[in-house]
Ligand binder design. Structure first.
Ligand code: ZN
Length: 248
């Protein structure tokens, strides 16, 4: 490496550090920042800036009188009572920033805020009225330890603030540490998630209609595996699915 290249790469590292410090300091001076893009907000009572708000790709599933893409995703796979997803997920949209923020940037308030928005929409849908518990899809304990939290639990907490529902965090455990799903074929993804969950019948048996809560649904393989495990013990339990986003 030449001296010039070395100097340039050191300069780049410092530039990056300065940007990070600027962000940290601006958060201290302006704690009221947009939960998605971190820009300063003009009004203390809004959590998300005008630009991010306008860029949110809502599914509007609550206004559908026919089946949604999400209903169809699980057809012929597992019995599902009702499904709901608030946003569409596509690359380069606000949804991508939200999912990245709640998974990798410790943006817990963002997950709770969108949980509340989901809860408000569910309140308008009678099919979700009989739900007696929210069950966030658990992370493997090692993954949760490294991340410090389960983003699906935070979304469930937001929903619960609106719907006043209990959250079941012990009835289903994730016992298999899944590899990344993104580069696998549909069958391999399905195969990869078999025997991923362990059900505690004493806890799950107390409910009549549970709603699984997850951050995003793409192929649905993880949720399908979880429902299969529950159905094996409780074939008549009603199960609904609620996610923050669904891949388009
Ligand atoms: Zn913003």
């Amino acid at each position: 490496m030449s001296e010039l290249t070395k100097t340039l790469s050191v300069t780049r590292i410092w530039q990056k550090k300065l940007v990070e410090w600027k962000d940290d300091i601006s958060h201290l001076i302006y704690p009221n920042c947009c939960l998605i893009c971190d820009s300063e907000l003009p009004n203390k009572n809004i959590p998300i800036c005008h630009f991010c708000e306008n860029d949110l790709p809502y599914t509007l599933f609550e206004s559908y009188t026919h089946e949604t893409n999400m209903d169809k995703l699980f057809w012929g796979r597992v019995p599902v009572a009702s499904t709901y997803s608030l946003l569409y997920f596509e690359k380069e949209t606000s949804t991508q920033a939200i999912l990245h923020g709640i998974k990798y940037q410790n943006k817990k308030k963002l997950a709770i805020e969108f949980g509340k928005r989901i809860g408000k929409q569910l309140s308008q849908q009678a099919s979700f009225d009989s739900i007696d518990c929210l069950l966030p899809i658990p992370l493997h304990p090692k993954k949760e330890y490294l991340r410090g939290y389960n983003q699906s639990l935070l979304i469930a907490e937001g929903i619960s603030l609106e719907k006043n529902l209990p959250i079941e965090t012990k009835g289903v455990k994730r016992i298999k540490h899944g590899e990344s799903q993104t580069k696998k074929s549909r069958f391999k993804r399905w195969d990869n998630v078999q025997n991923t969950f362990r059900i505690d019948p004493k806890l799950i048996g107390t409910y009549k209609h549970i709603a699984l809560v997850d951050d995003v649904v793409t192929t649905g393989a993880t949720i399908e595996a979880c429902i299969n495990e529950i159905n094996e013990i409780f074939p008549n339990l009603k199960i609904s699915i609620i996610t923050l986003a669904i891949a388009k």
